[in-house]
Design a protein around this ligand. Structure first.
Ligand SMILES: C[S@@+](CC[C@H](N)C(=O)[O-])C[C@H]1O[C@@H](n2cnc3c(N)ncnc32)[C@H](O)[C@@H]1O
Length: 364
């Protein structure tokens, strides 16, 4: 095993973890761990006892060790080499945590309503761990789910998506937002079965993974109220119009729309929570700060984002500067923001005709 370090925490992992017996570590997931650690810290202040944190698929234990400054940590993995790595890491950093070597579903099922913070960071999809995670989460808790099977809910494998998540995806310029909303629906519905309401606090997509994080509150009423956040996306592939509603005909050009869903149609982040995270995150974590700022900026706008390049190509317009489109839309009073999903994207609740008018003026 080789020694590594992330944000000042030392850990042990296999050089190239290609087999199940080796200890997995992916440096590309640093932002996932950064934002998760900051979310844990922010949430720990909202409960009046020591936070009980569970890293249920811990591998090297880097994530769990980074959580230790927010509460008492339990780390679990079925791989004996991972257990060895976690113990070495804890000793190296002089940290305390409970370590266990069990199947994650068995491990979580022993602790009903126990953990204030549950982290599920598996290979591929989190669906196989959702049920036990929902049961193990405290009635006043928080949970985070990573998924790397993004090709399915982003529309490359619609049959897999239908089977795994019970939803129809759509492959288009905002497919990763559709995918994220399908994941979110799945998490919400699983918690709702246990009368626990899952309220998204910060969800994002980056490169090959999507992360869903939210607050869990045991309340039938909150679950019932949130049912209105489950619905469909309609999209017109002719003119680019889109709405988080099931509408069969495009109101702009009367083309039959394509629909994705059921999926989450509410907000995917809570601006008050992301504001608290912004205060907490060290400024030298530059990539993570940049991502967090974008997610924060677009938190209140629900309309799926527009890729300005795609829109211009569809309407045979010259591509204007993104900043100028944003500035002009701001001047008209519509909420508008860059989006973390796409470097050439904007998120706005302005009608598509207004967006196109502004692009036309900018590109003249
Ligand atoms: C993607 S890695 C976790 C990475 C880690 N959370 C991090 O941030 O570096 C997934 C881990 O889950 C473990 N695992 C997979 N299926 C499991 C199961 N059913 N029960 C327990 N551990 C499991 C694997 O051994 C592997 O270490």
């Amino acid at each position: 095993m080789e020694k590594g370090e992330e944000r000042g925490v030392k850990f042990y992992s296999s050089k190239e973890a290609e087999m199940d017996t080796e200890v997995f570590f992916n440096k590309e997931m640093r932002t996932n761990r950064d934002l998760s650690a900051i979310a844990a810290k922010v949430y720990s202040r909202k409960i009046d006892e020591e936070m009980r944190i569970c890293d249920a698929l811990a591998a090297s234990g880097i994530r769990g060790m980074r959580y230790t400054d927010s509460g008492k940590v339990w780390m679990n993995d079925a791989n004996p080499s991972a257990i060895e790595a976690m113990k070495k890491g804890l000793e190296e950093n002089d940290l305390d945590a409970e370590v266990s070597e069990q199947d994650t579903n068995v491990f979580l099922s022993q602790s009903k309503n126990f953990y204030h913070f549950v982290d599920i960071d598996p290979y591929g999809s989190f669906v196989n761990f959702l049920d036990s995670a929902a049961r193990a989460t405290h009635h006043n808790g928080f949970a985070g789910f990573s998924a790397t099977d993004n090709a399915a809910p982003a529309g490359s494998y619609p049959t897999v998506c239908q089977r795994r998540y019970g939803s129809k995806p759509l492959k288009n310029s905002f497919m990763h937002e559709t995918g994220l909303r399908i994941y979110l629906k799945e998490v919400f519905e699983n918690y709702a079965r246990y009368d626990k309401a899952f309220d998204p606090k910060i969800c994002w997509h980056e490169r090959h993974y999507t992360r869903i994080m939210g607050r869990v509150t045991e309340s039938k009423q909150r679950c019932n109220n949130s049912l209105e956040n489950i619905g469909y996306i309609s999209h017109c592939s002719n003119c680019g119009w889109r709405k988080l509603e099931r509408i069969d005909e495009c109101p702009r050009c009367e083309t039959e729309t394509q629909k994705a869903g059921p999926l989450w149609i509410g907000k995917i982040a809570d601006r008050r929570f992301t504001q608290e995270m912004l205060k907490e995150i060290p400024e030298e974590w530059e990539d993570s700060v940049e991502l967090l700022e974008k997610v924060h900026g677009e938190a209140e706008i629900v309309t799926p984002y527009y890729d300005i390049h795609e829109l211009c190509s569809k309407h045979k317009l010259q591509v204007p500067k993104l900043e100028e489109v944003i500035e002009s839309l701001e001047q008209t009073g519509y909420p508008v923001s860059p989006t973390h999903f796409c470097p050439t994207g904007i998120r706005t609740d302005a009608p598509l005709d207004d967006v196109l008018d502004i692009i036309k003026i900018q590109s003249e």
